[in-house]
Design a protein around this ligand. Structure first.
Ligand SMILES: [Zn+2]
Length: 378
């Protein structure tokens, strides 16, 4: 088995799990946040910087690498790890989410999905077997099953058909996966906000005995209390001895609330995307560094942060760089935001170890401003 999960401890206060995931490229403690490196690069960061900030697993996108440079080139380079010079763990998604969100003119059939390349307009086809073939060529430690990602909200009837198709596709993914000894394949539980469909999806997928399970179809525009409610009834359906991955979630409040509900792994483009817009996550809430009020502010972005950016550079300097569109400014904000979330997950793990994640949540939410009415989402 390529992937093994060790449950180290359960928080007495909240039920959150402290664990360790073992992969062919090292182990990492969970709950863990995975920075997103869409095109085999976490935008503006070098693999050496990612290592220095404490990242141990990153995510890369199958759909994007399939189109550019092509999985055959990555395979010829010796796989994704060698191609991008990253020796930690890598997870690749199945391409499904991008096919359903980026391309228009798609046609879903039992065999797979016909759609147009979002760059060239060329007609393409992605199926469970094709998604496995591409991911086997890329060679990530963890691969994801090809699933259908229905829009939110979706009617119960449509969602039921979609869940059933996703289960049939999951079986085809297992059959098509050529390297189970070196790459672990995770199944994805779908079902939207419907408890009966989440139950059906979890039952179908757990019967196939994947080495890990993801919860998909959340963080797609639904309110946070809906997401938490879905997690409340979905995570207990998943086996204790396998990792659980909540896809596409990366705001600080959701990372804590997801951990409390038994999630082990998270990913999201949020910290890197907002960084390139000059927005930072800090212990006091979000800070838009391009604002005029920081022009003469020579304090670090976050006075409680000990990252490379905060130890060496001021708000005024970073504001100047970001305003002038200087790449270095975006490197500094990206480094800080990723460090902030990786550190938050370290704090969450520490709190689980000490049975006080509920108290930590209260303190963090208070300081960050999540308890205020109309608080921003991150
Ligand atoms: Zn910092």
């Amino acid at each position: 088995m390529a992937i093994r999960y060790e449950l180290l401890k359960t928080c007495k206060q909240t039920g959150a799990r402290l664990g360790r995931v073992h992969t062919p490229h090292g182990s990492f403690e969970t709950p863990m946040f995975m920075p997103v490196g869409t095109l085999a690069t976490v935008k503006t960061m070098s693999p050496e910087e990612l290592e220095r900030m404490g990242a141990s697993i990153i995510l890369s996108n199958t759909y994007h690498l399939w189109l550019r440079p092509g999985e055959d080139i990555v395979e010829e380079a010796g796989g994704l790890h060698k191609f991008m010079n990253w020796n930690g763990s890598i997870l690749t998604d199945s391409g499904g989410f991008q096919v359903f969100s980026l391309s228009d003119l798609r046609q879903i059939e039992e065999e797979g999905v016909h759609f147009r390349n979002h760059i060239s307009g060329e007609k393409l086809f992605l199926s469970p077997e094709k998604a496995m073939h591409i991911q086997n060529s890329l060679g990530a430690d963890i691969m994801m099953a090809f699933d259908e990602c229905p829009p939110y909200p979706a009617e119960h009837d449509y969602m039921k058909k979609s869940v059933e198709r996703t289960s049939r596709w999951a079986e085809r993914c297992l059959e098509g996966h050529q390297k189970p000894d070196t790459q672990g394949l995770f199944g994805i539980v779908q079902g939207g906000e419907y408890e009966d469909l989440r139950q059906q999806s979890a039952k179908d997928l757990t019967s196939l005995d994947f080495p890990g399970y993801a919860i998909g179809g959340l963080s797609v525009g639904e309110p946070k209390d809906v997401m938490n409610k879905v997690l409340d009834f979905t995570t207990p359906l998943l086996p204790d001895h396998k990792p659980r991955y909540l896809m596409g979630v990366g705001s600080p409040d959701s990372l804590i609330d997801g951990s409390i509900r038994g999630i082990d792994m998270f990913d999201c483009v949020l910290p890197t995307r907002i960084a390139r817009n000059g927005t930072c996550m800090t212990s006091q809430g979000r800070l838009v560094v391009r604002n005029a009020k920081f022009a003469r502010d020579f304090r670090p972005i976050d006075e409680q942060c000990d990252c490379h950016t905060c130890r060496n550079y001021s708000r005024a300097y970073i504001r100047h760089l970001v305003k002038a569109n200087e790449t270095f400014g975006f490197r500094l904000t990206t480094y800080h935001n990723l460090y902030f979330l990786l550190k938050l997950m370290r704090q969450v793990r520490e709190a689980i170890r000490e049975d006080r994640l509920g108290d930590f949540r209260e303190e963090f939410f208070e300081q960050y401003g999540f308890n205020k009415p109309n608080a921003k989402n991150f």
